[in-house]
Design a protein. Structure first.
Ligand code: SF4
Length: 355
């Protein structure tokens, strides 16, 4: 069978399969562009199960585009705390502000206008336009790339922009005149639940098995072909958990760069020895009362890995330039990314993977 025919067949049978097998997910209850947009942005790099709670809390606090445009950025960071890639939520707000000023707070049903919004790439624009406006705009993410390359035994590198663009165009050609959103969601669902990323795909239950070029033997393992990943830079940091009268010392991170604008425990590059850590605390005017304990953890970002040594130091004075937060403020007010949250007394875990 020729490859174009395989794609056409897939597009024909998949909506029916989806109608019978789709998971019921909170963001699939309607086709409101705000709901689709928010869920797609949250789902980038994050598992469905982890997103469900975040999605519900976010919508309860920020129910629509005007509310998002006007929300306090601190609240948005707090609602995103632990999800990682915080630029996503800042871009959500920038896009909401543009939607408010340029489009009366609504999404335009036009691919180019949606694609032009901050934080919205080809994938998200394709998802919003096909699911909400029934436009033939495929949303090609890792799930869809996996299905399509396996289906056609396509050994080209999918990280090449031209290859990805070509696949998107070929898919667009087989989109039906109506029901574009169903096909988009069906493709994503097949890649998420049957032709999955971890280990052997469930070809026995795949609706495309009869015409898939990679179903025999272990051929599926050859697709998709990805570019070699850049090696992560490893950096050492010393983190301080300074405590005083039931509060902990926080600092605000710079407005640009990694974890921009979020809160952090005070930290410095490289690993200090205990005596050096106490001396630094004295220099900062904190009157340290000694070293309570120390611990070491790893935190992995996309391009960098932090090897973190943390000192717990009770202090007698507030020093200068620190914000002292009690338990309630840490819980409800200040967004502390996982890289630091894992050192909070009582919450010490070795969470990996937040960016
Ligand atoms: S038959 Fe197997 S390899 Fe082919 S698309 Fe289906 S699950 Fe993936």
């Amino acid at each position: 069978m020729e490859n174009p025919q395989r794609l056409r067949l897939l597009a024909e049978i998949l909506p029916q399969w989806y109608a019978e097998h789709a998971r019921s997910l909170p963001w699939r209850q309607d086709r409101d562009p705000y709901h689709v947009w928010l869920s797609e942005i949250m789902l980038q790099q994050t598992r469905v199960e982890a997103v469900k709670g975040y999605y519900a809390r976010f919508l309860a606090a920020v129910p629509d585009i005007p509310a998002l445009a006007r929300a306090d950025p601190e609240l948005l960071h707090k609602l995103w705390e632990g999800l990682g890639y915080y630029a996503r939520v800042r871009n959500l707000q920038k896009a909401a502000q543009l939607l408010l000023t340029r489009h009366n707070g609504r999404f335009p049903g036009d691919y180019a206008a949606v694609r032009a919004l901050p934080g919205i790439g080809d994938y998200t624009a394709g998802a919003i336009c096909s699911i909400c406006f029934d436009l033939p705009t495929p949303a090609v993410d890792g799930n869809v790339l996996r299905v399509v390359t396996r289906l056609r035994a396509d050994g080209r590198c999918v990280d090449e922009p031209a290859v990805k663009r070509g696949l998107r165009e070929e898919l667009a050609e087989v989109y039906p005149p109506r029901g574009a959103g169903l096909l988009t969601q069906a493709l994503m669902e097949l890649g998420a639940t049957v032709c999955g990323p971890n280990g052997k795909p469930d070809c026995e239950h795949c609706p495309a098995a009869a015409f898939c070029a990679a179903r025999d033997g272990d051929a599926w393992a050859n697709y998709p072909l990805r570019a070699k990943k850049r090696e992560r830079k490893v950096e050492r940091r010393t983190v301080f958990v300074f405590s005083r009268e039931g509060t902990l010392a926080l600092k605000k991170r710079r407005a640009t760069g990694l974890l921009a604008g979020l809160w952090e425990f005070p930290n410095v590059p490289d690993w200090l020895e205990p005596q050096q850590a106490l001396e630094l605390a004295s220099e900062w005017g904190l009157h340290p009362r000694g070293l309570e304990r120390q611990t070491e953890r790893t935190h992995v970002f996309t391009h960098v890995q932090w090897e973190m040594r943390c000192f717990y130091i009770p202090c007698a004075a507030p020093g200068e330039g620190f914000l002292w937060a009690d338990e309630a403020a840490l819980k409800g007010q200040y967004a502390l990314p996982t890289a630091f949250r894992m050192f909070r007394p009582g919450q010490e875990t070795n969470i990996k993977g937040e960016r």
